[in-house]
Design a protein around this ligand. Structure first.
Ligand code: ADP
Length: 507
């Protein structure tokens, strides 16, 4: 017998997700079971004004959001839309005029390295450990804090206007909420706040000392709300009637929710251009000893749940390089058949350190290599080694996570839930399971990021009575079990570690 709350799950209701990503802006209309009614997308122009600088036009993002939402809502009775959830590229920073809603500058994108010198200065002043213990982050230009400091220092008049309370700062979620509500709501959620380097993830508040260190006036900051919360109503003129914004999360956190990683030890990895892995570590933040990031996974009912996060720079990008650089195939999907044809005993190892190595090595000067070539090695063996490199790098992250979790008294992840473009490749998925020694689970709904945002909106609007209710929408499509034994696995991993050692800059 269903409880009254469970009976509220009504599949005739829709939830709208806005997924504002680095290269595109999308809207997806979901049914509560995760099935997609309609979706629309618009590409986003990238601006590179100087070496290492990356910008987006915040006004273009706003107009694209209106465009894709209007497109998916066309022909839908607005009364059937329970709420809107927003997920977004994280860390990208916008500064705008509170009165006119006009941005003062292009948005500074997460990849932008212009604040490397400022970060080096803060590190030299000994701020690294304080930043890590309070924010879970490493001192790096990636995060919003130094981007905001740059805007305040470089846009003429910005600092004086900010001191007078005339300006608002936000990551893309805040920017869209402000625009959608006609300037009524200036808010963000705890997952996005946790990427600013200004938010103390332990106390759950903006951190006065960090604001002082970066010379940021508190008046520009958005209010931090739960990930499933009331973020206001959209102005009626935008879509024909007001709609409630009921959920917000940064893209990787939203993907972890879409993968129903709701209990400690549940881990997801998204294999796109790069790979982002997140593991739920429960109600207490874990400080990494292995240069992973600590972050807020989600905040519900005022309580934060935390995650450890690690990333691989070159996941699908390795496959792109095999395709476009080496021209070994025309389509990423061909990599699967080639890997299958490769000699399994070839022993070729590809280390895709094209832009250095990330966690847990952190060597920006390392460069890539292909090792173990013999006269019999050909394109198939190299493609296979490229796919394997993504699995080996995943094991690197899992080892770091397991060590941090052990130190915190937690059990290591027991399985890995996967999504992203690469997981269409079943050979890769099976090899991943073999090389990490864990079951690899691929769900039916692979739009996990958007569904995570929709789930949050569904939670605050009563479509889902509890997180468990939307976790039920997570359904396994295929499970890949490891087929090699531990000594085979460790022997192959040792060869990978040896190859990595050889490409590191200090060797
Ligand atoms: P992003 O969101 O970063 O653009 P996607 O999740 O769309 O990435 O995934 C695209 C990536 O997946 C590309 O780098 C591509 O090389 C890789 N990819 C797509 N299909 C396959 C496949 N069948 N096998 C291996 N890699 C693939």
């Amino acid at each position: 017998m269903l409880t009254a709350a469970e009976q509220r799950i009504d599949v005739s209701q829709f939830i709208l997700a806005i997924d504002q990503g680095t290269t595109s802006t999308r809207a997806i209309l979901f049914r509560p079971d995760g099935s997609i009614v309609r979706s629309a997308a618009l590409p986003l122009a990238q601006h590179y004004p100087a070496d290492g600088w990356v910008e987006h036009d915040a006004e273009e993002i706003w107009q694209a959001t209106l465009g894709v939402v209007r497109e998916v809502l066309a022909g839908t009775a607005l009364g059937d839309v329970a709420a809107i959830g927003i997920t977004n590229q994280r860390e990208t920073s916008v500064l705008w005029d509170r009165k006119t809603g006009a941005p003062l500058h292009r948005a500074i994108v997460w990849q932008d390295r212009r604040t490397a010198d400022l970060c080096a200065k803060l590190a030299a002043a000994g701020l690294g450990p304080m930043v890590q213990s309070r924010t879970g982050l490493l001192l790096d230009p990636y995060f919003s804090g130094t981007k905001l400091a740059w805007l305040l220092d470089h846009v003429p008049g910005a600092r004086a206007r900010a001191e007078k309370g005339e300006l608002a700062f936000g990551t893309i979620d805040s920017w869209l909420i402000f625009k959608l509500t006609g300037g009524k709501v200036h808010a963000t959620d705890a997952t996005n706040a946790s990427r600013t380097m200004l938010y103390n993830i332990v106390t759950g508040a903006w951190d006065g000392e960090l604001l002082k260190a970066l010379n940021v006036p508190a008046s520009v900051l958005p209010e931090v709300r739960d990930s499933a919360a009331d973020f206001g109503m959209t102005e009626a003129k935008h879509f024909g009637a007001p709609l409630r914004i009921g959920g917000v999360a940064g893209d990787q956190q939203a993907a972890a929710l879409g993968q129903a990683c709701l209990a400690p030890g549940l881990m997801k990895a998204t294999y796109g251009t790069g790979c982002f892995a997140l593991t739920n570590v429960g109600r207490k933040a874990v400080q990494s000893q292995n240069r992973l990031l600590g972050t807020v996974a989600y905040r519900l009912g005022g309580e934060s749940t935390y995650a450890l996060e690690g990333s691989i720079f070159m996941a699908g990008a390795t496959i792109q390089w095999l395709r476009d650089g080496l021209k070994l195939f025309a389509n990423a999907s061909e990599s699967e058949a080639m890997a299958k044809k490769a000699d399994p005993r070839s022993g070729v190892i590809l280390v895709p350190a094209f832009v250095g190595l990330g966690a847990p090595y952190w060597d920006p000067h390392a460069r890539g290599a292909i090792m173990g070539l013999t006269r019999d090695s050909g394109p198939n063996e190299i493609v296979r080694a490229g796919l394997e490199s993504v699995a080996f790098q995943t094991r690197d992250l899992i080892e770091a996570m397991a060590a941090d979790m052990k130190a915190a008294g937690l059990s290591a992840p027991a399985a890995l839930r996967i999504d992203g473009g690469m997981v269409a490749n079943a050979w890769f998925c099976q090899t991943l399971a073999d090389l990490i020694g864990l079951a690899v689970e691929r769900p039916f709904v692979t739009e996990t990021t958007s569904f995570g945002a929709a789930a949050l909106a569904g939670l605050s609007s009563g479509v889902f009575a509890s997180p468990d209710a939307f976790a039920k929408s997570w359904r396994l499509e295929r499970r890949f079990e490891p087929t090699i034994n531990a000594s085979q696995r460790d022997e192959r991993y040792a060869r990978w570690k040896d190859a990595v050692r050889r490409v590191m800059s200090a060797s």
